[in-house]
Design a binder for this molecule. Sequence first.
Ligand code: DOR
Ligand code: ZN
Length: 330
Amino acid sequence: MNTLTLPAATDIHVHLRDPGQTYKEDIASGTRAARRGGVAAVACMPNTRPVIDNADLVETLYTRVAREAVVDVHIIAAVTVGQRGLALTDFEALKRAGAVALSDDGVPVRDDALMAQALLAAQRVGLPLIDHCEPETENIERDIALVRQTKAPIHIAHVSRAASLALIRAAKAEGLPITCETCPHYFFFTDERHRELGGNAQMNPPLASQADVQAVIEALRDGTIDCITTDHAPHHRVEKARPLPPNGILGLETLWPATLTALYFTGLLPLDTIVDKLCHAPRRILKLPPQTHTIDIDLDAERVYQVHPDSRCVNTPFAGVALRGHIIKE
Ligand code: DOR
Ligand code: ZN
């Protein structure tokens, strides 16, 4: 067996569905999936029921995390009250309660003036602001203009389109404080997989063209994309079977094997670059201390992936796909 010891990953875009939608996932089940996937720390998104938009809820959740989580959990709080895009949350109180970043993931903050105000307030308290951009390219263009105007930093979630990456590349060249992430599904699959599979390959932003996949890989290579996250988004099989299924796919179990299969075993990216995008860059972006946990990966093992029986949901386009590189010590 060809075993490699590497730092464990930190995934800064995870939906734990807790509180409120624990039939999909909860703190315990989501962090077990992370551990199986070689992920020692997650940052969870606030689009829960209720929305994580106040310090009391952040504190309550950290108390539960201490009892229920099997990996480190860092809480991302909402930018606006109820994620309704109307009034900013109390960034200072959220920071004091231990929130590590702010995001209305699932919906962008539409109002330009409010978004500019949010960028400045987040910078003042020292919390990274993560934007879910939709429509992706248009919203990124707007955000870049606001960063140019305010000089305040932003992190762009799940970037998937060539046109978006061209804008981010130019903004970085201009010296603007912008970072971004992509997810394995955007460099592994084209929209062909969505047509094949339907709901279980449907997420937001949706899978794209071969040219977009190439652009994502190029942007990982040239540093335009800083890090890789999963956007782990469990949805129940009954919901996914509906005519209009909700957006989102699982990702924690397949983060390492999908990334290694698509980028390392193809020779597209060297291992140290992959390790930086999965393990170190996410922690730099959220200003977390360096990761000390390690994992062991069997580099020879190729397996047809099936969702672990412990998972409450099965919504993933990686089911039935041969992946190489498996976690043997969590
Ligand atoms: O596909 C997605 N699912 N994209 C998002 O931005 C939200 C997420 C979810 O919460 O299900
Ligand atoms: Zn999102």
